[in-house]
Design a binder for this molecule. Structure first.
Ligand code: ZN
Length: 204
């Protein structure tokens, strides 16, 4: 399986990271299969970064094989979503980005893709109107709504499937809203789709 992620998909987050790009296409990067962190397992802060940020994102699970998918048919390729964390070594990302270099190591390192329990869209409703949020130590630190995405889930699927064949089990991290920040040892993270808790794990 592969993990495809979208950068800069919420205008307010782009502002917070001081990006002023006018994007005509989604910004895509990949995370590795060894980046997957599931079933509530703890996230261990790696020794190569002093600034690991959480990015709370809606994650879509592909459940049908597809290539060159038209946007109007993209909804047929997924039925389940959840909340995930796109952990980012922000110090490494900023250094590489300032040098104009690829920043894969800041995004695709082991266990950097935490993923919650998947819920069917029948239960959560319209993919384009889904509220989600992250609590750290019982304080709400980040919230968003898929209505605020610059590129919708269906548009992302149409775009990425021009380049990558989508396979059953592939995951798409759809970008983070404003409010990213650092995690620290002993933090307790809980991710919610609406009021429903789908993600619950600790930082070690
Ligand atoms: Zn992200």
């Amino acid at each position: 399986m592969k993990i495809i992620a979208v950068g800069m998909n919420y205008a307010a987050h782009n502002k917070e990271l001081h990006h002023s790009l006018e994007l005509s296409e989604p910004t895509i990067f990949m995370k590795s299969d060894s980046s997957l962190l599931k079933e509530g397992k703890p996230f261990f802060i790696p020794d190569f970064s002093l600034e690991i940020h959480y990015e709370t994102e809606i994650v879509v699970r592909i459940d049908r094989l597809g290539k060159n998918i038209a946007e109007r048919f993209a909804h047929r390729y997924y039925q389940e979503i959840t909340v995930g964390i796109d952990f980012t070594a922000r110090d490494i990302q900023n250094r590489l980005r300032s040098q104009g270099l690829p920043w894969e190591i800041s995004k695709a390192f082991d266990n950097s893709a935490a993923v919650g329990e998947f819920v069917s869209l029948e239960e959560v409703g319209d993919i384009n109107q889904i509220p989600f949020h992250l609590m750290i130590n019982d304080r709400k630190v980040q919230e968003g709504n898929t209505a605020d995405m610059l590129f919708s889930v269906d548009r992302i699927i149409a775009y990425v499937s021009r380049f990558f064949t989508l396979k059953i089990g592939d995951l798409i991290y759809t970008g983070t809203p404003a409010g990213v920040g650092p995690v620290r040892i002993n933090d307790h993270l809980k991710g919610f789709l609406g009021d429903r808790k789908v993600l619950d794990f600790k930082i070690k």
